[in-house]
Design a protein around this ligand. Structure first.
Ligand SMILES: Cc1cc2nc3c(=O)[nH]c(=O)nc-3n(C[C@H](O)[C@H](O)[C@H](O)COP(=O)(O)OP(=O)(O)OC[C@H]3O[C@@H](n4cnc5c(N)ncnc54)[C@H](O)[C@@H]3O)c2cc1C
Length: 497
């Protein structure tokens, strides 16, 4: 249908809605009108506190001042996730945003590390990772260097409600119109089925050319109105419940998320400047709500600030994330559970994908098909990475972990695991936001020990290799002396000038 896109209507004002409103208006300016409708009665999901490094690009694009952003959202720095008890109870490993070692020769660092280990070197892979070294010591500072050896990528933990409010201020200043009200009815074109207007409880109608469904788990436009199917992934990722509760902050703020596996499911601990975010993610097929409550409240380590709140969900994705004139972003587009903090990133990449192919004159099937294929691939690669954590476990203390170990997994993931186990090789897949350093850390951390590695690493004489690795390890330690404690960094950096 030939219809120029002059007005975009965003249904929903959670993280997804305000991220979309702010960036669309920033990029397209007076080329489009943007109106956002949200219901104060419904409110937002109110979780989603951990991010991954590309959020920095999003914030920079909006022109946010980093110190102001940290202040406005009670944010802290995230260098990694520490996975505790995932392989077996009592053991832990980090998935950092850094990369271990450095490029040494033909093959990636892990091959040289494996050779050195065989020659007697005791250091773990993580001893060569600056993110890990800082995380362990609770240190941080912004490292600006052209030397890749000292790169230290980071993300944030923040209060998602405050982030939404902050983005709202920016979006409204840029000209986005906010309308408060409950959407009760959705009108469609009788022939094309395109959405033409939203009707609010008080009778007001909001019409538009392109609609963005940011109504969260309700998926009011894409699924309820247009009837797009939900692709259920609970056979891979059976978590369907979360209990979330805030607790008092600790004296020392960790620069990483803790992910603590329990007999069933896992618990997040996310440090903000004013409190800790905590939650237990579990499957109700394996754990009752009462047991979940006991597990969460018995493992808080600081005083709860409220009673836990239950959130129910289903893992999977909306099978067509763009249908007719509706694009779904955020929880309406799917949810993979929060294990690797990828939902806010998926919102970001959805907005960027939409902007790259923004249909100014008309919405074509070509554009829709490309958008859908690209986002499907992105969701699937993240899904596979999350399954990896659950599937490759050695726990024997519950049916949950045994079932995870024995479940059928996607072919691509099975091949990736087999290749690494056989040869220590990892190849980056198109559209996978998790690059080889991430896969490496989780595969090793979960207990896969490669049976072999690249011959190029074996070609280096042991004495020479050990010396080089020792030099790298020393070099990685060097910046630590100039680092501040995480709390000191936050206090200094966010102090208003
Ligand atoms: C347990 C859990 C933990 C999570 N942890 C993380 C994490 O650590 N990191 C991460 O990246 N992501 C995380 N997420 C995901 C993250 O919370 C979401 O991706 C993010 O908050 C975006 O939500 P949303 O904007 O899509 O939905 P919501 O926040 O639910 O917003 C929906 C909006 O739609 C409006 N609305 C709905 N229906 C109507 C109606 N009829 N009329 C008018 N308005 C309506 C609501 O008022 C609201 O404004 C987590 C999710 C869950 C469930």
């Amino acid at each position: 249908m030939k219809q120029p896109i002059k007005k975009v209507v965003i249904a929903g004002g959670g993280t997804a809605g305000w991220m979309a409103a702010a960036l669309l208006k920033k990029v397209l300016q007076q080329q489009i009108e943007v109106e956002l409708v949200e219901s104060d009665d419904i409110g937002i999901v109110g979780v989603g506190e951990a991010t991954i490094p590309p959020i920095q690009v999003f914030n920079q694009y909006l022109g946010l001042d980093e110190a102001e952003f940290l202040r406005e959202t009670n944010a802290t720095i995230k260098l990694a996730i520490k996975f505790e008890n995932w392989k077996v109870p009592g053991e832990s490993y980090y998935h950092t945003f850094g990369a271990p070692g450095t490029q040494l020769g033909f093959c990636p660092f892990q091959h040289y590390w494996l050779q050195a280990k065989q020659a007697g070197m005791p250091q773990s892979l993580w001893d060569f990772d600056l993110n890990y070294l800082c995380a362990e010591q609770g240190k941080f500072n912004i490292v600006k260097t052209p030397n890749p050896l000292y790169e230290m990528p980071y993300a944030y933990h923040f209060d998602s409600g405050l982030y939404g409010k902050y983005l709202r201020k920016i979006a409204e200043q840029a000209g986005v119109v906010r309308t408060e009200g409950l959407i009760e009815q959705v009108f469609q074109h009788p022939i094309s089925g395109h959405i033409t207007a939203l009707q609010l409880k008080d009778g007001r109608q909001i019409s538009g050319d392109l609609f963005i469904d940011c109504t969260g788990l309700r998926a009011l436009l894409i699924r309820k109105t247009l009837g797009v199917a939900f692709e259920n992934w609970s056979h891979y990722l059976p978590a369907n419940s979360a209990l979330a509760v805030a607790s008092e902050r600790f004296a020392q703020t960790l620069p990483y998320t803790r992910s603590i596996a329990h007999k069933v499911g896992w618990q997040w601990r996310i440090p903000l400047t004013h409190r800790n975010g905590n939650g237990l993610v579990y499957s109700s097929d394996y754990l009752s709500d009462d047991e979940a409550y006991q597990t969460l409240m018995g493992n808080l380590d600081s005083k709860p600030l409220a009673e836990p709140r239950k959130i129910s969900f289903q893992t999977g994705r909306t099978s067509q994330q763009w249908c007719k004139n509706v694009v779904s972003l955020g929880l309406s587009s799917g949810f993979l559970e929060p294990l690797e903090s990828t939902s806010i990133h998926l919102i970001q990449s959805g907005i960027v994908r939409l902007l790259k192919m923004f249909p100014h004159q008309q919405i074509s099937d070509t554009v829709i098909d490309y958008y859908n294929a690209d986002s499907k691939q992105e969701f699937e690669t993240i899904r596979d990475f999350i399954i990896l954590h659950y599937h490759v476990n050695q726990r024997d203390d519950s049916d949950f972990w045994r079932d995870m170990r024995h479940m059928a997994i996607p072919q691509r993931l099975a091949e990736k695991i087999a290749l690494f186990a056989e040869s220590a090789a990892i190849f980056n897949d198109h559209n996978d936001i998790f690059r080889d350093a991430s896969w490496l850390q989780v595969m090793l951390g979960q207990g896969i020990e490669p049976r072999d590695f690249h011959p190029a690493a074996k070609a280096v004489p042991d004495a020479q290799l050990l010396k080089v690795l020792q030099q790298i390890q020393q070099a990685k330690q060097q910046p630590l002396a100039q680092m501040l404690s995480h709390d000191e960094f936050l206090a200094r950096f966010t102090r208003p000038s």
